[in-house]
Design a protein around this ligand. Sequence first.
Ligand code: ADE
Length: 441
Amino acid sequence: MRFDLISIFPKYFDALGLSLMGKAVDSGHVDIGIHDLRDWTTDRHRTVDDTPYGGGAGMVMRADVWGRAIDAVLRAEGRRVLAIPTPSGRVLTQQRVRSLIDADQIVFACGRYEGIDARVAEHYGQTDIEVFEYSIGDYVLNGGEAAALVLVEAVARLRDGFMSNPESLVEESFEGNVLEYPAYTRPPVWESLRVPEVLTGGNHAEIAIWRRQRALERTARRRPDLIPTIEPGTLSTLDREVLAAHGWVAGADSKWKRVTIRPARIDEAAALSELAATTFPDACPPEVGPEAQAEHIAQNLNERAVRQWIESDNHRVLVADIEGSLMAYTMIVLYADGEYPDDVPEKHIAPAPTYVSKCYTSADYRGSGLSGAIFEAALVDAVPHSHGTQFVLGTNRANRRARDFYRRHGFKKSGRRVFWVGDVRNEDVVMIRPISEIANA
Ligand code: ADE
């Protein structure tokens, strides 16, 4: 690949002789030509600019001088690109950089002053040369040279033979439109800051998960504009849970939406009762028929019952609000010492359980990570209000999906219970998780 850089300050490009770039030039992986624009002037003063037509401040660089310079350095064939750095170009992205990796020649026209006469880009745009006007960010530099260095380095490092360790290209920021995870090296403690324990534990699967979570978290916090560019289908369940916990979900329509997970408000009792009624049947096994379901919903999930949960001091109710609609909820009951849920045999659990009574998500958001995010949020929310040492829940024995979900969230089976829906007897498993796991995290 050949880069030709034309500027009135050719010495600016001395930096290209350094570091990996210098090595790539020495080894012949890239070939660089640096040219002084003034070599194509025709007057005694070597003039490259003139006053703008129509008036205004500053000077504009002349099309005729640029035309002679560009024609002189352009090769006769191959994929040729004329790159023009300008603050009014489209902003450079890793994707746009990647679009240039198989060019045979990139000629850079580095303007100064108020820029280059617009006819230069227009003229070459009418030929078989690709014109690539780009900005390196929403700020103004004195000229295009720094921006040219940026693009030369960004393109060259993607070419075979440039990096000694091409694997580092795979994980870095912007590949997959996700920022890079934070990196650490020795010493293990610096300024009382300790390297995250998981990185020194040697469990590679755990490390990969931890890094992926941090990368997604960073992206959601620092570059929320990147989230809508991520294809939801490329994400794992865990990835989706992390993004949902940071305010982003893609439902059945695969469109990214903002989600807020927060305590339910009293004025939401009717909406929440409706969500509870529509989601309850999804979790019922086939032997719980429509009548038993309807009876359970009418008795336990009516608006009055839901209002009581929200008002009560020993219940915690969280909802997931997506653009003003409730799409998931959790309900936790905080038992005091000596109290137990009616339907959980005391022998399976420690005193004063924090009982996860409900965790339901609208079918539109199944698999979106929303359930995992609201469930974890509910556990964190309940910790300071808990009286005992255990989270406890019961789930239908046949509901594999639910059991796998709770297992992934740190719950282990501790026994069985019977759960009545209407007059249908259900065999449930009781699962527990130590509260200390959340409190110490
Ligand atoms: N020339 C001056 N400012 C610039 C910017 N932000 N990007 C590219 N070229 C420039």
